[in-house]
Design a protein around this ligand. Structure first.
Ligand code: NAD
Length: 260
């Protein structure tokens, strides 16, 4: 077995929103490092295809993270197998973009239900059966650290995910379970390609990122694997920004094209 394949060999990983984007990139990285995986999503076609690509150590289940009954069914199956989860990645999520006064109550509740309640149900359902010493990684967002106009519902849900992360870290520390949040900036996935973001000037936005480029799902997945494994053994309750420097502060605009 290669050194890479040994890193998470024997580790049982559960990923939500695993069919695509950041969750999908995590699935590929964990597979590369030898993990056994439960991939879950509501996009069954993409999830089944990815699972087939990753091989026999991965299995796909339909889990809508907002439905406690879906979580209960999955956790019963996992309990029957007698192989408790060691790592949970709560990646399922979506974004809507609208000024608060144009956000309908249904839209606002949908955001909270998916991003915040979905993460709560993930922690609540899995942590009770999790191996002591396990690790939970929640996908928050840079927009859950810096308030952003037109991302009120999304931002509220992601500020909430950071709060949940810290409370869970405090409550689970005596079992050695670590709980951390990753806060990506702008990452090139389906979420930012959706209709709500169609009018955004991506070029101009990219210029505001200190590193002058958007991130990739793989760059976020690598940080998630760091938080999942022993290399981060003394980190819990943290928010890790993966944002090309955007959250560090503002750059002073220059008159010319001079770089410094
Ligand atoms: N892409 C970014 O720029 C960015 C930035 C910050 C945070 N995030 C967060 O990262 C996470 C992953 O986003 P992504 O960029 O990979 O988006 P994505 O759209 O590529 O993937 C999201 C996945 O979640 C699944 N999903 C949606 N609703 C679900 C539900 N009810 N139950 C289960 N699965 C569901 C989708 O089918 C999809 O496979 C999200 O929580 C998102 O808010 C993304």
């Amino acid at each position: 077995m290669s050194e890479a394949a040994r890193k998470f060999s024997g580790t049982n990983v559960l990923i939500t929103g695993a069919s695509k984007g950041i969750g999908g990139a995590c699935a590929r990285q964990f597979a590369h490092h030898g993990a056994t995986m439960w991939l879950t999503d509501i996009d069954d076609a993409a999830g089944t295809e990815l699972t087939a690509e990753l091989g026999p150590n991965s299995q796909y289940r339909h889990v809508d993270v907002t439905l406690e009954s879906d979580w209960d069914a999955l956790m019963s199956e996992i309990e029957e197998r007698g192989q408790p989860i060691d790592v949970l990645v709560n990646s399922a999520g979506a974004a809507i973009k609208a000024p608060l006064i144009k956000t309908s109550l249904v839209q606002f509740r949908t955001m909270l239900e998916l991003n915040l309640v979905g993460t709560f149900l993930g922690i609540k359902s899995v942590a009770g059966q999790m191996s002591d010493g396990g690790s939970i990684i929640n996908l928050a967002s840079l927009r859950g650290v810096l308030a952003t106009a037109e991302l009120g519902a999304y931002g509220a849900s992601k500020f909430g995910v950071r709060a949940l992360t810290k409370v869970a870290a405090l409550e689970l520390a005596d079992r050695g379970i670590r709980v951390n949040a990753v806060c990506p900036g702008s990452i090139d996935t389906g979420i930012t390609a959706s209709r709500d973001f169609a009018d955004d000037d991506v070029e101009a936005y990219t210029q505001t990122i200190p590193m002058q480029r958007r991130g990739t799902p793989e760059e976020v997945a690598k940080v998630i694997l760091f938080l999942a494994g022993d290399d981060s053994s003394y980190i819990t309750g943290a928010d890790l920004l993966v944002d090309g420097g955007t959250g560090a502060g503002a750059r002073t605009p220059k008159k010319s094209t001079q770089k410094v």
